[in-house]
Design a binder for this molecule. Structure first.
Ligand code: G1P
Ligand code: ZN
Length: 544
């Protein structure tokens, strides 16, 4: 096997964000761009003899080109084997599972998650370590540092591998194995959930609709829902993946999953249960007939009902949520007498807690929920969890949520995103709020008294690593809260996220629409931040 050392010049923008490096496809298509970043990842690692690399992605445009390059670079950098999902496909949770199941060294996941795909869309790449978890900030910072001074990369002179044909190809001492990306994952789901119970629910006249958003979960959904759970074919929509996600924006929320939302809000004939997943299969949205379950409530409900589900019937050790996620799950943890951890945004902060056995279930307000069965969030897992709960409770989705609120109170919640605003404007909003830190406490806004404000920071209880500047919190004495954060996943300008929360113990008010119930909080957020004046935006781009 001939190995070439290729001279290159560094790019200075290869800083991984909340979840790997995400850029426009055209940026990745620049000569040496992908290679530089992959080499920087490999250089940050000590690759032992016999190391196996798992490789796959969400099938977006540039996926297969990148895979061929990475296989050759893995060969040149000392990996013994690359396991690549057939067709270059691996959902993010399936990749995490395969990394763990086959005790591999790590994996590269090619995805820009819910960002649009296609020639003019986004591409991304992320490294996951041997426990299946996204690389820690220590690793991603090392990768960024290396990427700024790289001068050469190594690539083997190998022919392309046919990614569509299952089986192994040997090149001297290097092996490429193309494997079925769906089966191991589907088998894992069958151990966690009562497929028989779900099957009888689906056979009882209960109607479900799953929207694959033309993205990676399509093949997984067909195997699980059609083959194993015998759902009728019309239970699935948009389950044929395409390189540009059918021209859509594969983000499962009320704005972008509009086809599904229409079906679920069509009155009496709507299905009983609706769900969607994103580009790489780690996000989920849960809907009932004309009813939206906020991801924060979904997390709380999953934790509260975990004992009903076979994979969790022994109880859960603890829960974790990202800081901007609502405190609904905290109330469940308190009642269960288990710990609840508050981490910065991004899945990489949950891995240590799960490895240490402190946390079983965790989630984020951004449509991510999962458990220690993998080290990523897992869209289909959440959908199956809900179906399993529904199969046992035999109540409607909205009944289950409303009864949960009666028991625990309702954490009314919403996130307002202002996308693609100029960086300067976004930074000025953040700087302005910072400048008010000293004077805000004890001030009264619309009847709410500010208790404290800070910039969230986190010390990992397992390895002691510190993460600072993780979002501004303004906490009120009545438990309401406003959080401001800049996105770490966007590729155009800045995205400012405003997270709003208020606690409503009185069930007489639980029926209120979140935007109505939070209208005073929304006004306060705009007033404190001077957002409209500083960004020129009068309304959010997306409300979830
Ligand atoms: C967003 C979400 C965050 C999630 C990440 C990856 O990151 O807010 O919760 O972990 O995508 O899916 P952000 O763009 O806010 O940095
Ligand atoms: Zn995703």
């Amino acid at each position: 096997m001939k190995i070439n050392q290729v001279s290159t010049a560094s790019f200075l923008d290869q800083k991984p964000g909340t979840s790997g490096l995400r850029k426009k496809v055209t940026v990745f298509q620049q000569a040496h761009y992908l290679e530089n970043f992959v080499q920087s990842i490999f250089d940050s690692l000590t690759i032992p003899a016999g190391a196996i690399l798992v490789l796959g992605g969400d099938g977006r445009y540039y996926n297969s080109v990148a895979i061929q390059t990475i296989i050759k670079m893995a060969a040149a950098n000392g990996f013994a084997k690359v396991m690549v999902g057939q067709g270059g496909i691996l959902s993010t949770p399936a990749a995490s599972h395969v990394i763990r199941l086959y005790k591999t060294f790590g994996g590269l996941i090619l995805s820009a998650s819910h960002n649009p795909g296609g020639k003019d869309g986004d591409f991304g790449i992320k490294y996951n370590v041997s426990n299946g978890s996204p690389a820690s900030e220590t690793i991603t910072e090392a990768v960024f540092a290396l990427s700024k001074k790289i001068t050469t990369y190594k690539i083997a002179d190998l022919p392309d591998v046919d990614l569509n044909v299952l089986g192994e190809t040997q090149f001297d001492e290097f092996n490429v194995s193309v494997f079925n990306p769906v089966m191991d994952y589907a088998d894992l789901m069958a151990t966690l959930f009562d497929f028989e119970a779900i099957k009888s629910l689906l056979a009882s006249g209960f109607k479900m609709k799953f929207d694959g958003m033309h993205a990676v979960t399509g093949p997984y959904a067909k195997e699980i829902f059609l083959n194993r759970l015998q759902a009728s074919a019309d239970a699935l929509m948009n389950c044929d993946p395409s390189e540009d996600f059918g021209g859509g924006h594969p983000d499962p929320n009320l704005t972008y999953a509009e086809d599904l939302v229409k079906i679920m809000y069509a009155g009496a004939q709507s299905p009983d249960f609706g769900a969607a997943s994103d580009g790489d299969g780690d996000r989920n949205m849960i809907l009932g007939k004309g009813f939206f379950v906020t991801p924060s409530d979904s997390l709380a409900l999953i934790a509260a009902n975990a004992k009903l589900v076979q994979g969790y019937e022994g109880g859960i050790a603890g829960v974790a949520r990202s800081m901007p996620t609502s405190g609904a799950v905290d109330r469940v943890a308190e009642q269960l007498g288990i710990p609840c951890f508050e981490t910065p945004t991004g899945w990489k902060f949950f891995g240590n807690l799960m490895d240490a056995g402190k946390v079983t279930i965790c989630g984020e307000e951004s449509f991510g929920t999962s458990s220690s069965h993998v080290r990523e969030k897992d869209g289909l897992w959440a959908v199956l969890f809900w179906l399993n709960i529904l199969a046992i409770k035999r109540q409607s989705v909205d009944q289950i949520v409303k009864r949960h609120w009666v028991q625990f109170g309702r954490n009314v919640y919403s996130r307002h995103d202002y996308e693609a605003i100029p960086n300067d404007a976004a930074n000025s909003v953040i700087a302005h709020i910072h400048s008010r830190f000293a004077t805000l406490p004890n001030q009264v806004f619309g009847g709410h008294i500010v208790k404290s404000c800070d910039d969230f920071s986190y010390t990992d209880p397992i390895d002691g690593s510190e993460s600072t500047k993780q979002g501004i919190r303004i906490l009120f004495t009545d438990g309401s809260r406003i959080v401001f954060r800049l996105s770490g996943t966007g590729t155009e300008g800045a995205t400012l996220r405003v997270y709003l929360e208020a606690f409503e113990p009185d069930s007489a008010n639980h029926h209120l629409d979140a935007q109505v119930a939070l209208s005073v909080m929304i006004e306060i957020a705009l007033q404190i931040s001077e957002l409209k004046a500083r960004t020129g935006r009068n309304t959010p781009t997306v409300i979830t």
